[in-house]
Design a protein around this ligand. Structure first.
Ligand code: UDP
Ligand code: MG
Length: 323
């Protein structure tokens, strides 16, 4: 069977790239159709994540001009992970491939992803070969982060972001995960379906600027840790135990010095420094515990992760509004 493929592309203020992205993707789809790799009704699904520029107007224009372009407009900005999820849960197709709007991920591996699907894989991960287009800082922190997750026994594919193919049944499995704090790349290995990787080189963004400033990046990284590991809580227990043991040792030393020598332990430093240190450790521990409590709070409220506002394009014409 020739699979119908959907390309799911979250967009936040991407007016600078959308025309170019669309024409490159249409060429790719046409080529794969010509090779008999994908079905004729394969299409592009843009998800406008509450952009403030003319992104949605552009998506409407493109979908009116090309039957293979469709759009989903969210009611407001919900962040990349939620926008991507919305596209995955609403776009039709035998398999969906998530790509960024700026095409930093090399499109040339998409045919390989589809071939892997046809061989029976349900998840195909795009994995970056070298991080040469990254700054030293990004490379260093990214590597440290993946190692940290691995050390916490979080199953994670190294150097894989959100460039991947998911089969229909993998998407159905994903739809059963109701978590509000999304970290999609961490969820994928949980599905357990047969997977493979394709390697690619990441290019520079060809226009516009990154929509992932450091703050958002750190927040996603923290999401990855707290959604998949309780290791930080154990670390607190371990630190607490160590400090308690050390202070027992110190107390014994102080007592013995008092009993068997002429002098008591001198100095204010031995009193004040541990006080500050312990205060710091306690606040830090409370903060970490607080993060998990906050997570329980947001997860139990289970608020909707997105609302669809408008749909555009042939694939949605019969369906009207969705949610
Ligand atoms: N994006 C989004 N919502 C946001 C931020 C980003 O949908 O709130 C989209 C963005 O339009 C792009 C993708 O997520 O298609 C990745 O963002 P970007 O390329 O800016 O991240 P970077 O490659 O710099 O990490
Ligand atoms: Mg990018």
């Amino acid at each position: 069977m020739t699979p119908t493929i959907g390309l799911v592309i979250p967009c936040y203020n991407e007016e600078a790239v959308l025309r170019e992205t669309t024409s490159r993707l249409l060429v790719l789809l046409e080529r794969m159709r010509g090779e008999g790799l994908i079905a004729a009704d394969s299409a592009i699904f843009y998800v406008d994540d509450g952009s403030r520029d003319s992104t949605w107007a552009l998506i409407e224009e493109l979908s009116a001009a090309h039957s293979a372009v469709c759009g989903i407009k969210l009611s407001r900005n919900r962040g990349h992970q939620n926008a991507l999820l919305c596209g995955l849960l609403n776009a039709p197709g035998d398999a969906l491939i998530s790509v960024d709007a700026d095409l930093q991920d090399d499109l040339e591996v998409i045919p390989q992803m589809v071939q892997a699907l046809r061989r029976g894989d349900d998840i195909v991960y795009g994995v970056r070969k070298k991080r040469t287009t990254d700054t030293f800082f990004k490379r260093f922190t990214a590597e440290g982060y993946y190692k940290l997750l691995a050390a916490m026994r979080v199953q994670i594919i190294f150097n894989h972001a959100d460039y991947r193919l998911l089969s229909r049944r993998a998407i159905e499995a994903l739809s059963e995960y109701r978590e509000v704090n999304l970290f999609l790349r961490g969820l994928m290995p949980q599905l357990g379906y047969r997977s493979s990787i394709v390697e690619y080189d990441r290019a520079e963004r060809f226009a516009g600027e990154s929509k992932y400033p450091l703050g958002k990046m750190l927040s996603l990284a923290w999401q990855g840790v707290t959604s998949f590991s309780t290791y930080p809580l154990r670390l607190i227990t371990a630190i607490g135990s160590l400090i308690s043991l050390a202070s027992l040792g110190l107390a014994a030393w102080a007592m013995l010095t008092r009993l068997f020598t002429e002098e008591a332990l001198p100095g204010w430093a031995s009193t004040v420094i541990p006080m500050y240190f312990l205060g710091g450790v306690q606040l830090l521990s409370l903060g970490v515990i607080g993060e998990y409590v906050a997570k329980i709070y947001t997860e139990t409220k289970a608020r909707p992760r997105f609302h669809v506002d408008v749909l555009a394009g042939a694939a949605f014409r019969q369906r009207g509004r969705l949610d």
